[in-house]
Design a protein around this ligand. Sequence first.
Ligand code: URA
Length: 241
Amino acid sequence: MTLSEHTRLHYLNALGITVWQLRKADTRAISQDIPSLPVSAEPSLPTNSHSWDTLRTQVTQCERCTLCTTRTQTVFGEGNLNAEWLFIGEAPGKEEDMQGRPFVGEAGKLLTEMLRAMQLTREEVFIANILKCRPPHNRDPHIDEIHACRDYLFQQIALINPKMIVAVGRISAQTLLETQHTMAKLRGQVHRFQHKPLIAIYHPAYLLRSPIEKRKVWQDLQFALQSFDGLGNELKPHSNH
Ligand code: URA
């Protein structure tokens, strides 16, 4: 997708969101924070359908933790297998457990709206979770469940090879970044997960609980877009002197 930043920010503005823009110097400061990496300098690998099939089967049949005894079905994740954007939530909830699809409940509807505000669709990004099974009563994932499950996600990340990872919510961000820092500290920065840029945004469920914080969520989305645009700077060829 090649929408100009102007168009995107205009769109956000139309939603009634006060749009802030980085000044040139600030933009440079952000991209300097990102170590120069060949994020998409190499052509993306052809989709490895055999690996995807194997992984999907492994997840479907998984019994690595006790959540397999309470789940209705696993929630593998869905979207573009060659997506530039990978959104990673925490774990399936009730609706996701019933449908076998990520982010399809109330929070999911809001995530879809958030994507729309970024002029992205569910079909062009990939949406996954840290856990592939629903924790009973939507409790927080246990550490042993995260350890048992995270390898599936890591394989998905390797297969998709996204340009940008968006950790949706605290559990996702803390798990991927192996930190106990709060969301207040983690958001608004470009982190790295296995050399890939990672941004942490508030979970849409947080927005449902605290609508007054809407502004912060939109700020997160704008930061994600601007950081994504900034990735282009990493790919510009260096002049030969
Ligand atoms: N919340 C999440 O983190 N993931 C889902 O799939 C649904 C709700």
